[in-house]
Structure formats: C-alpha cells, structure tokens
Design a protein around this ligand. Structure first.
Ligand code: SF4
Length: 385
C-alpha cells in the first residue's frame, strides 16, 4: 500500500481510560485508517464484472452485499442470485442459501455474524481490514469490565459489534427491533446496559423511557449529520419527507418523518406519498432507493456547515474498501476467510438467536388489520444498519 492508497479516518470514541468518564459521556477523537481502492476505467469495471460472475459460478459461491457498498457490487450481487440488504438479512440469506461459500461485501462484523449463523460455511470478505467506528470504539475487554461493574443490568448490544462483544451480551438487537426489545425488557422491570451507539441508545431511551446506561460510541458517518443545516435544507425543500437512520444525533432525528433502519428507509421511500426525500444515512443507500422508487428525487442530508471539515462525507470509508478488484482476488485465491473462535461463536449465537426468536414472535402476534397493513407498507422486515 502506498500512502495514496490510505485514508486517515477520525471518529469520536468513549474515553475508555476511565469508566466513570465513559459513563458521564466523555469521549475523545480517535484515529484509524482505511484503504482507498484504485479508480477503474469503464472497460476495467466491465471486464472485472464478467470475471467475478464466472468465479462465483466456479466456486459455487454467493455474493451478499450491504446497501452501503459500491453500486457495482450491489448490482453484481443481484444479477448473480445473491442479495443486497442490511447486515441481518445478509446473514439470514447466507445461512439459508445452499452455497457453501458466502462472499460478504460489507464490514468485518457482518462477516463474523454470517460465520456465527453459518459456522459450517466458508465466509470470505473482499478486505478483512474493513471495520466500523462502533466496533473500534467498543473493545471486548473494556466492554466486559463495564458489564462486570453493572451486574444488575441486562446487556443489550447493537449488531455493529465484534463477535467477542456479542458473546458478552444477553441480547443483540438491530436498529428496527431494538426499540421493541428494550420496550419488552423495560415492561419486565429490567434495567439496560446498552452498547455501543450512543445516538441509537438515547433515541430508544427517549422512546421507551427505559433505564439505560449507554456506552458512548458513535458511527462516524451518522454522527456528522447536522441539525441546523438540515433545518435550513428543509426550508428550501418544504415538500420533502425526511428519512433518518437513528444512529444520527437527536437534533437530526427530531426532524424526521421516518426514523428507521436501512431496509425501513428504502421501504418508506417507496411507499410514502412524496416525490422528494432528504436522506440522513450513508449515501451508498441512494443506489437502491433510486431503483426501488424510480422517478423520485433524493437529496443527501447535510454533513457539515460551510466551514466544517467533513470526515466521511456521508460515505463509510470502510464500506468503500469493498471493490471489484479485491472481490475478484478473494474469489480467485480463497484468501480473506473469516474465522470466529468456536466458544465465542456459540455464546454470540445465543444473543442473536434470542433476537431472531423475539422477531418471529412479534411478527406472529395478532394486531389490528389497519396497524399491520401500515407497518408492513413502511417497515417490511427486521433489519439493522
Ligand atoms: S456506516 Fe457507520 S455503522 Fe456502518 S460500518 Fe460504517 S462506521 Fe460502522
């Protein structure tokens, strides 16, 4: 890697040196890096796509891609019988697909979740260094110490965590089912220890009134959306509906017409009676939104005022590490396999399975027809970031 291929990334993370500070909301700026894939000509892209299609067949592999990765990879996944989805649906699809090899285009925790749900399968990723600021900001050992200090609390973690953090949790949740699960635990009188996303945690706290102790992590993409600038943009587009992912700050969430996971926001773009939308989530989602709602107009929510420095420009630097070049390479070589320690995998499976079971029971519950129709129209599935 030459220096031109590396991008320095800054993000807010909890001040892990002192637990008391972490609880009080103290955070600091951390630095990480991400690789920048080489730019390709149209001919190179086309040749690589043809090669990847042949390699997927030859390896009997299926490609599962997240909504935030490059549009070429999303198209390839759909054209070859794979799927483009949120991380949970990616893992569920991979588990239920007959292929023995899953190629996961996303970030590392997604590959780990796929392996936990399908331990007998080979899971490959275009780049094993593709990570997530939520995962980086929640190291398993420090998180375990935090849990040990609060043994009276039920530990609920977001999908965007390492397998080792999930192994320490009672529940894993996604952004769409998190609210219902916390509501359920709150109704049983349980106090929650929540990690790692502080914005999603405080959104759920506000909505449910639950007693939640929050780990202070954040997503570097969503943390950047700005409430004041969004307010100004809405004035310029008074008919636009605002779609917001709940990893965004409270003053952005407060302006939303719909708050939801990636799958829920795409469904809302499709179903809502509006032609214009302001979208506060990674701009990789716009490819799928435009396909799902042709003719509608999508505007990216502002990430900064005129004088501010944009750290991610609404696109995750780690999702951007998934490229046609490294996808072709892993299919050719079989490198970049995801492994999860068997004991950690078993323990992590328990908290994921608990959520899947809860989601299945929620779906089966009898609800008034009008509510059910409305919910299905807007929120087709259970899905995380
Ligand atoms: S968009 Fe945010 S939450 Fe998603 S992988 Fe990137 S840093 Fe993590």
């Amino acid at each position: 890697m030459t220096p031109q291929n590396i991008k320095t990334v800054e993000f807010e993370k909890p001040n892990l040196g002192a637990e008391a500070q972490a609880e009080a909301g103290a955070s600091c700026v951390a630095r990480a890096w991400a690789k920048v894939p080489p730019a390709l000509t149209p001919n190179e892209r086309s040749a690589l796509k043809t090669r990847i299609k042949a390699l997927l067949k030859a390896r009997n592999a299926v490609l599962v891609a997240h909504y935030y990765v490059d549009a070429d990879l999303q198209d390839l996944a759909e054209e070859t019988g794979g799927c483009v989805s949120d991380s949970l649906e990616m893992a569920r699809f991979g588990r239920d697909h007959p292929a023995q090899t899953l190629v996961v285009a996303g970030v590392r925790f997604m590959g780990e979740t796929a392996k936990i749900l399908s331990p007998e399968k080979t899971i490959l990723m275009p780049d094993l260094d593709a990570t997530c600021s939520l995962d980086l900001g929640c190291p398993a050992d420090q998180f375990a110490a935090f849990c040990d200090a609060h043994p009276d609390r039920t530990v609920v973690v977001y999908a965007n965590t390492s397998a080792a953090v999930k192994a320490r949790a009672d529940w894993m949740v996604t952004s769409s089912i998190g609210l219902k699960i916390v509501e359920h635990l709150h109704a049983k009188g349980e106090k929650i220890l929540w990690a790692p996303d502080k914005h999603l945690g405080s959104y759920i706290q506000r909505e449910t009134g639950a007693d939640m102790l929050l780990w202070q992590g954040s997503c570097l993409v969503h943390d950047e959306f700005k409430g004041i600038e969004l307010d100004l943009l809405r004035k310029d587009h008074p008919n636009a509906k605002v779609l917001v992912h709940p990893e965004s700050p409270a003053n952005v969430v407060a302006q939303a017409d719909v708050v939801g996971s990636t799958s829920q926001l795409i469904a809302a773009a499709q179903q809502l009676d509006a032609n214009e939308f302001i979208v506060a989530t990674d701009n990789g989602i716009l490819h799928k939104m435009r396909m799902a709602a042709p003719g509608k107009h999508f505007i990216e929510a502002p990430t900064a005022g005129n004088s501010a420095t944009c750290k991610s420009c609404a696109h995750c630097p780690w999702m951007a590490m998934n490229a046609l070049t490294n996808l072709a390479e892993v299919l050719e070589t079989g490198r970049n396999e995801i492994h999860v320690d068997a004991d950690i995998g078993r323990r992590a499976y328990t908290c994921i399975d608990r959520m899947l079971d809860f989601a299945a029971r929620e779906k089966a519950r009898v609800r008034p027809v009008a509510d059910l129709a409305k919910e299905q129209a807007l929120f087709g599935g259970v899905g995380p970031a």
